[in-house]
Write a protein that binds this ligand. Structure first.
Ligand SMILES: [Zn+2]
Ligand SMILES: [Zn+2]
Ligand SMILES: [Zn+2]
Length: 143
């Protein structure tokens, strides 16, 4: 991912590309798994204050760039949204969130045949999220 592409991604989601926003977006794109606030702080080598990181994440989420990933440890983790799936109006992150039991990382996995639900009448489905646990590719290869 080049800087120009990060620039464009931010602009497409109505976010003015500042240096720190580009850096944080780059972290998400290159990480391959979901990142928490603390992860980002560490990756930035504590060179960025917490409030700026917090606001950046909030803004990214609002504008459809990243989505919250369910984590059973109650820590908010975020992952980058698929290229054109999400906007400031709506998130469409219908994919599997896979938690690795060994490294603890959470991965967004695209799977074929996401289950469709038939709800009792009167219920309106806006969002569906699917979670799974197991061993990720990288840990599996090290076993
Ligand atoms: Zn999204
Ligand atoms: Zn793993
Ligand atoms: Zn995801």
């Amino acid at each position: 991912m080049t800087t120009t592409m990060t620039d464009e991604k931010l602009r497409n989601h109505s976010i003015r590309p500042t240096a720190i926003r580009k850096t944080i977006l780059d972290l998400f794109i290159s990480s391959g798994y979901a990142l928490s606030h603390a992860d980002i702080e560490k990756l930035l080598d504590n060179q960025c204050d917490r409030v700026t990181i917090y606001r950046t994440l909030e803004r990214f989420e609002q504008q459809g760039l990243i989505h919250k990933v369910p984590d059973n440890s109650n820590i908010n983790k975020y992952a980058v949204c698929a290229d054109t799936s999400c906007t400031s109006q709506e998130h469409h992150d219908e994919h599997l969130h896979f938690t690795c039991e060994q490294c603890g990382n959470i991965f967004c996995l695209n799977i074929m045949n996401m289950p469709t639900l038939e709800l009792p009448s009167g219920y309106l489905l806006n969002r569906i999220s699917l979670e799974a646990e197991g061993v990720c590719k990288e840990c599996n290869e090290m076993n």
